[in-house]
Design a protein around this ligand. Structure first.
Ligand code: OFO
Length: 168
């Protein structure tokens, strides 16, 4: 059985994961409107992944006798300046999410809720991957700068990244 405190904290994480999905959907739409087809494909897929992250928590709360809440979300930004800025926003967002997961893990330890602690380990590993992926992309795009040819190749590269991720 979940404590009220942990249920509330997990519900807050549902909202954050749903907002992540919306932010990445907005990034996908913006990138598509700018002609970056590869980046758009990557961001649409990433948005779907975030929805899965959210759903996992919904199911977990309900399975453990709580009530998962589907709440109002903060609206994501509409445009993102340049690609590099967009990926910096993505990286910063993932660092913030990692911190929120760590805070959640901390609460489960304080309350000795080892089942939720165990459940959250998947998110701890996922955040390591998400941060590292965002950091790699950011490093790449920093090297390219404003070079149009480079950005074209980068867009293609990111598309391949999506294909590889789907295979996994
Ligand atoms: Fe759900 O991992 Fe990104 O935000």
């Amino acid at each position: 059985m979940l404590s009220k405190n942990i249920e509330k904290a997990l519900n807050n994480q549902i909202k954050l994961e749903a907002e992540s999905s919306q932010i990445y959907l907005s990034m996908a739409s913006w990138a598509e409107s700018q002609g970056f087809e590869g980046v758009a494909t990557f961001m649409y897929a990433h948005s779907d992944e975030e929805r899965q992250h959210m759903l996992k928590i919904v199911k977990f709360i309900n399975e453990r006798g709580g009530h998962a809440i589907v709440s109002e979300l903060d609206a994501p930004p509409i445009s993102f300046g340049m690609l590099k800025e967009m990926f910096k926003t993505l990286f910063d967002h993932e660092v913030m999410i990692s911190q929120k997961i760590n805070d959640l893990v901390e609460i489960t330890l304080q309350e000795k809720d080892y089942a939720t602690h165990n459940f959250l380990q998947w998110y701890v590993s996922e955040q390591i991957e998400e941060e590292s992926l965002a950091r790699n992309i950011l490093d790449k795009i920093s090297l390219i700068g404003d070079d149009k040819g480079g950005l074209y190749l980068f867009d293609n590269d990111v598309k391949m990244l999506t294909a590889n991720e789907t295979q996994i």
